[in-house]
Each structure stands twice: as C-alpha cells, then as structure tokens.
Design a protein around this ligand. Structure first.
Ligand SMILES: [Zn+2]
Length: 248
C-alpha cells in the first residue's frame, strides 16, 4: 500500500508488500473477484504469488447441456490465463467436486500442507464468518483456510506431513462483514478486470452476460468499478479491496 493520504493511514495499519503470498479460492474466479487487484499489485512489486483453487468448477454453468468434464478442462485453462494476467507464479488445483465441498480434517490438512509448502507471508481467502454467505464451498474453504493456517503454524499438527511448520504474518479474508484492512487497487483495477474476463465460461453466469456484447462488458466493468469504489469509500481510496485482517 503506497501513497495513502495520512488520514487514511491512520485508519488502519498498511501491510508491507509480502515476499510470498498464497491466495485460496473455492472456485476458479473467486480469487480474482476477492483479491485480484491486491495480488496483481504485489506480483508487480516482486511478490511470489501462488493461487490455489479448491474445487474443479464443474457446476459453474447455467446451460443444461453443459458437459461437466469439458467445463472442468476449460475452467482450468481460464484460471491459468487469469493467473498470468495477475502475474501469479503458479496455480494449484485441488480438484474437489464443485458444490460438494465439505469441511473435513482432510481438507484442513491439505490447506496446512499448502501453507507449509509455499511458506506465504500472507494468506488470502473467503471469510467463513461472513453472514448470509450461501455458497457451501465458500464457507467450507474459509473454515479450512483459517483452521489450516493455525495447524500450519504449530508443529504438533499433522507431523506425518514431514514439513516444517510455518507461520504466515497475516490472513486477509475477503467479503468480510467487518473489514478492517484495505488494499489500494487504483493501479491494478484493469488487471483485475482483465483476469476476470479470462473466465469466459463465466461470462453468462457470475459476470452477468459480460461476454454477450460490448455494452454488457462495459456494464460488468462498471459494476466491478462500483464495488471497488464502495469498498474504498470507507478509507478515502478511489478503488480498493476490503478485507478482515487476522494476525497469526
Ligand atoms: Zn465461488
């Protein structure tokens, strides 16, 4: 976070650009919506960004004739393209079935292993405490990330992994009810938008027909910009992504 007005800096503690970050989303495109501008800015500043997508995206279509296997393959390619657009170093696909993710000790261990392997300074994901979050995969992923981070930190958890324990400095949780941390995305909004538009299979679902015409695409950009503005308004930033920040 740079070039903040002093009044803004007084509202929260800016986070230094991490050397390593791990962003974990339930579905292809969740990271881009929640934190795309943030990770793009960090990557540009030299941060090693790893993205992990927990489910295979096989239910991300409203077309009755969609072939789930073809959709999984297409969405993986779209996610790779989006990661390149953001400047991420790597994308991991955990491959759980979309829409059927259940919180389990196995999932918690999987997340702890990711954190121990990639050793991020900051982990970003869904806020599991967010009220009225209806998607079960978002809730399950959020819980597994919070609990997995605690497990990764303490060496007596999952010793069978044979990995060094690792303590990230912070968790940043997007779509939080009570955000207390903001990242300025004024310089990276276009990369966030570009990364989202890589998810062509989603243009007719979560992106509200962004692919159907230039005007629909402009309308999607407008909605995304308005979301960035409303998140930034709390701290006087033009465009921001808002998070709940938790120290470990
Ligand atoms: Zn999602």
């Amino acid at each position: 976070m740079t070039n903040l007005h002093p009044d803004v800096e007084n509202r929260f503690e800016p986070l230094p650009t991490p050397a390593r970050a791990l962003a974990i989303g339930a579905h292809p495109d969740d990271i881009e919506f929640g934190a795309g501008g943030t990770v793009a800015g960090w990557a540009q500043a030299g941060c090693h960004v790893v993205m992990a997508v927990v489910t295979d995206g096989s239910k991300g279509s409203w077309q009755p004739e969609a072939d789930p296997a073809a959709l999984v393959a297409q969405r993986a390619q779209e996610q790779q393209a989006a990661a390149r657009a953001l400047g991420a170093a790597e994308v991991m696909f955990l491959g759980h079935v979309d829409g059927e993710l259940e919180y389990s000790m196995e999932l918690r261990a999987q997340i702890a292993s990711l954190i121990r392997t990639h050793q991020p300074d900051v982990v970003l994901s869904h806020d599991p405490w967010a009220r009225y979050e209806i998607h079960p995969d978002h809730r399950a992923t959020g819980w597994a990330v919070v609990d997995g981070a605690v497990a990764a930190r303490d060496h007596l958890f999952f010793p069978e992994q044979g990995l060094n324990h690792h303590r990230p400095a912070a968790l940043l949780l997007w779509r939080a009810d009570e955000p207390d941390h903001w990242e300025n995305i004024g310089q990276t909004f276009d990369r966030k938008l570009g990364a989202l538009l890589c998810h062509e299979s989603q243009h007719h679902t979560t992106m509200g027909d962004a692919g159907s015409s230039a005007s629909e695409r402009a309308a999607f950009e407008h909605r995304l910009r308005e979301r960035g503005r409303s998140q930034g308004a709390a701290v006087g930033l033009d465009l921001a992504e808002a998070f709940k920040r938790i120290g470990l």
